[in-house]
Design a protein around this ligand. Sequence first.
Ligand code: PEP
Ligand code: MG
Length: 899
Amino acid sequence: MVRYVYDFAEGGRGMAGLLGGKGANLAEMTRMGLPVPPGFIVSTEACRAFLATGAEPEGMSREISAHLSAVEAAAGRRLGHPDDPLLVSVRSGARPSMPGMMETVLDIGLDDASVLGLAEASGNERFAWDSYRRLVQMFGSTVMGVEASLFEEAMAVLKEARDAPDDMHLDARDLAELVEMFKKLIYDATGHDFPQSPAEQLRRAVLAVFRSWNGERARLYRRREHIPDDLGTAVTVQRMVFGNLGPDSGSGVAFTRDPVTGRPGLYGDYLPDAQGEDVVAGVRNTVALTELRRLDPHSYDQLRQYAQALESHYRDLCDIEFTVERGRLWMLQTRVGKRTAEASFTIAAELADEGVLTPDEALTRVSGDELARLMFPRFDTSATGPVLARGVPASPGAAVGAVVFDSATAVRRAATGEKVVLVRHETTPDDLPGMVAAQAVLTSHGGRTSHAAVVARGMGKVCVCGAGELRVHAGTRSFTTLDGIVVEEGTVISVDGTAGAVYPGAAPLVDSAVTRYLETGERSGDLTEAVAGALQQADAVRRLEVRANADTPEDAARARRFGAQGIGLCRTEHMFLGERRKLVEEMILARTDHQRRRALAALLPLQRRDFIGILAAMDGLPVTIRLLDPPLHEFLPDRTGLAVRIATAEARGGLPDPHDVELLEAVSRMHEENPMLGLRGVRLGLVVPGLVAMQVRAVAEAVVERTRAGGTPLAEIMVPLIGCVEELRLERDEVERVLAEVSAETGVPVRCPVGTMIELPRAALTAGRIAEQADFFSFGTNDLTQTTWGFSRDDVEAEFFSAYLDKGIFPASPFERLDREGVGRLVELATAEGRAAHPGLKTGVCGEHGGDPDSLHFFHATGLDYVSCSPFRVPVARLEAGRAALRPPADRVTGAERP
Ligand code: PEP
Ligand code: MG
């Protein structure tokens, strides 16, 4: 018999898969002896069963009743009893934290009779009616599906009529009137009454929370955070405690350290006489937690003690939701808290310094994505205009964009490539699509723990919230600053999420301190120290080498400063552009050997100079130079342009330029429908005489020159886009011939390993044979993805990937994150068969995936020797390679899963 319900006392933090993060942590706090209101958890297994069949799992209801009886017995009260009712909350909680993305129903147990009992028992009539009002509203929208805005509008109308600036100014009679209005709204919208049976309320609320797992915003959030769709949510049912019982009550959110900077010390927001949802929703502005010390020193001291206990127990920053009910502190939630990238690094370093974490553990607490975020530029505040507004620096970074006032506009304008800043009074979970689309989020309401702040931090999105001086008029699509400046929709502003400032126009940007440190070694504070420590540890433990994709001496030098151990891909085609394109054009269009040789001879010294510069910048480290790869048409003039030129000349009655006519004829002859799969890569080398010889000679002569200059040039030659061993053999013969020729001519022996890219399925499938001719394999996962899926890499992402992502066909673009199952399988197979045929065969990756953390963990697990990525990704790859070495792949914890 499957069991679906667990008492808090039965669970623990290790059970998050079954009980959800919230449930597991409530159980853990219960076991630690902290004051947690009693309750129980309906498991994720029950949710999965319900979502799979659409029917309530067999026996779940019975189990809920039994556990409810235990809570009732402990409280000495019955759910919804007319005299002194017990009320419960019903909250969602999946294994990963998904703040605000699913549903919650509070105050279950109130009906027309028990509301009077609650008023009597609490001695607070307003409180009782306010609780009932909240229940009817939440139940109506969440469980019965009534449009939430209908309730809000009704409430706004009543507030206006009573001249009440906020809901605190509505009295018990007003609230009772609202309850009646809400009940009528529900009946009118659904044809059903608000249920007066507490047991039915509970049952339906649990199922509604289950259903909210598949709600639109939850699905969008999961896609964005790469959270699997099949986890399901648990449901926590817990005795309600009340922060809205008067001035000696309140609710708050606390962090054991500052989640923005990482600085130690209890930190957070408090809202007197309020329930927790008011704090998170940002409907009223909170006060700093230090205010609680003044209002209720005893509760504050207890909270500090519990916070310390939690931090030492979890060995990490924890966030806490708590309520003070008439001077008594209750712990309602804890979890390992979300934090900014800066805080992640500084907290890991501090905990390591304090001896709480080993250096290896500290490394697992930071991620490459976080490091990448810290490498973003910031605003040059010495050159910004006067501040438009100030607010809470809720999520750091600098962003520039046009102001928009609603989520749909943000999505629409961003889809055209425009950068936008979403400006709201406060955000709700429905704003999520707009937040994803925007560069930054700016709100006039709410604190660091508001929905906007929590979600933005989770996404690494710039956010300033609680900019109280701003008046946001969503209706007229403008906001007004304290100085009376009116900013209309479409106006460009700059948002500094690190300083909490907003500037007019596009403010100038400067490099980040972390990037400066990586470039120059200059350490300028705790953050750079922490980054340095993490990278040092990663370098000490990683097995994967990290190289860079670089094709200029400048990029090579930068990559080296960033810690690259060589160049894994030098794309020589980038050296054939600009003025040199003419020479390539001549070479391709040459009618005679003589013409072709002349063009190649003109290219040779230019190529040699490039290689000398790159080999000098990477002296002593391997430099993999790839022979020319791109489709030919990239070097030829545009066909349409030529045709137009000729037609125009003819229309004017003249004769067209004969060179144009000749070019058009050649270009038309070479035209390819899909050039990415045409005369490219090794095919080009085998078809255009003298091309490979010229490139290899340039490499060899550069090696000779560097050797004579006292350097240690370690050039490697790589053949692109081969499909079979014969192609490689022919190309290799040519390479060896030229190397021998240059060695003989110069008296300097030039030995370059010759390897190949594996970027076609046929190459992967015949890797054993290919390896006989190759000194190394480098997986070109861009082309391997294109050809394995049959996706044109230049077209499909814009065309239909968003539909594929929406339908959940893949969780992320396979061009961004390696498709382990398909493309990855080819990488595994080719590596194994290549090595079997050629022991010691060196293997690496030089497609974009080399710098993607998730893919990199796969390459580590596959046993590749190196990854190669763009210079700016090199530090990220070093860090992730270290993390990969510490964690078995199945146990990998992503940012999304960490809490
Ligand atoms: C690849 O295909 O992965 C690769 C690195 O080559 P390119 O992107 O230049 O085709
Ligand atoms: Mg390629």
